[in-house]
Design a protein. Sequence first.
Length: 256
Amino acid sequence: MGGVFKLIILRHGESQWNHENKFCGWIDIPLSEKGKQEARYAGELIQRAGLSPDILYTSKLQRSIETGFIILKVLNRSWLDHIKTWRLNERHYGKLQGRDKHQVFMELGQNKEKFQYIRRNFRGLPPLVDFKDPSIDEKYLDILNKQILPKGESLAMVMDRLIPFFKYEILDNQMIQLNKTVLIVTHGSVVRSLIKYLNKVSDDDISKINVPTGVPLVFEMDDHGDLIKPYYYLDKEKAEEGIEKVKNEGLAKGPL
């Protein structure tokens, strides 16, 4: 078939709980004012790069959906098809959802290794929620087999529910068969999962990768889904600043 296929992925703009240094997970938190600004800037970056998405995918969480809407408005492409799926939801942080990250760090005896194991290790699993999970609401009533809905996830578990959908629905169908430029607006753990899958990052090395809010990254692939060049951020300097911030979350008190 030949050709170059482009995928634009970004973590949503800053949410109110990102600002407050809390674990968000599946709890449906809106964008902060800074997050809305980040979304507008992401749209401008995509526009300046001469990229023109043909379809938008988001999670079912408003911080992802709202970021996507703002970007499409900047691009004057609000009419694009928009598919929302729980498979692009953030990692489910179990009983840590809604908790202050620094408080959790303190409860773990200020043990950076234990804290980062839960946050970043490929198989690090948070404590699971009880049977009634307040973050599971009417958005998910269409999923008939409720047993597949998580009560807490490692990154490995995120990839188990994400990658088959991404490979067959987005990569093979929308990008390669239909030759569309796809925009995915999602969450940090999903971006990390896609970096791991597309860039063939090892289980150990993925723990070193952090993702900033609101900075698009671009993957250019051939018709086998292999990268033809390293993936890149559309604003490298802003991405590096954001990565450093995310890397150190929880180790110090957040804003009051």
